[in-house]
Design a protein around this ligand. Sequence first.
Ligand code: ZN
Length: 390
Amino acid sequence: MADGDPPVKKQKLEIKDKNLHLFERCKKHKDTLCIALKELETWNLFGFCFVRLEQCNAAFSCCFTQAWCATLRHVEDEDVDEKNKKLVYFGSVLDVDVLKNFLNNQSKISKEQAKALEKLADSLDNIQEINKVLKEELENSDQSEVRWAVVCASHLLTSLAITNQMTVSDTGSPARFHQCPCASGCKKPIRVGDTSIGHKDVWHGSVDILLGPVAIVTSPEQELFAEGISTFELKMGNLEVGRHQLIAETIVFSHAQNSLGYKLGLVPTIALSKDRVKVFMYDPNKDLLYESVELPLFDDRNLSVSTVVALWLAINYIHFEAHVPASHTEFGYTANFRKALHDDKKMEIYRNKIRIGGCKQPSRTKPNLMGFSYGKLGWLDVKRKDDEVK
Ligand SMILES: [Zn+2]
């Protein structure tokens, strides 16, 4: 490059060089990534369904552990036509085209997307090492779920995220890890602090981990994710108890992000168990609540690259234009949060007063659990969901 090049031209050439280097790095993983992207777009194990709230205690001052909500998924709703009982794919909500186009022809990407792609390339280069740390951790049978979440976040989730802002909750668990507690002894410093979200007059409490604009929560019980391998084979019991809390956290966290102006639209909350992850997303403007199927963290002995890419998209969602497509809005299976809340004053709180930090207070009013019905939750087996909702 000539010394006399004007600064803008020089900058453009530098970006081009950087992107070329990034392209070469990603090309190394192209085959694996193409398979993962195909799965995210076509395989029914990487889908979302829509969730509707029938009743909930969101109008009460209560913490997440006391949150409940009777919900119905569109795939189990008798009023929804059979042809519409299908999942929508990750690729239709989280933009997989950026990565696909980049891998195919080095299409233009933003500075942030380039950073995110670098993180993905780094993670794939080191996937064996990450896998080893996580597997070692899992072999340590007496470790708590919080410890697992911290190790998982510290080694996998932060390695995928552009942000390095990770805070682990300073409440709830007796163990507060100021260093990564992994069995491999990396001792990476961990920031412990206030991860509370909500408002004292409505749902509130601490999520386990805040990773930039994403909330990460662990399963309250090990059986959070049902034992079945696939999709929405859920049964009442532990799963549903934990799921109420996850849905409350998802709705509150999305309101927080939206009212703070970080992101207008869909905001994800990631739920972690020891071998699976689940992504919930809520858009308060469109009032659409998405619940993913359970994504296996491991394929046999190794980390699932498809799940890693799904997590990478969800964690960096701000830079990949996560949005509700028109077809999903037209489908009309809204969460009905306002209706389930049944209190316009409290709705105002959700719209304008939800905050991050400073709402760790315990519940002041016990929720009214009388008359609560679980609705139609129960066994269900969605046999085929190969197409998106049109
Ligand atoms: Zn570690």
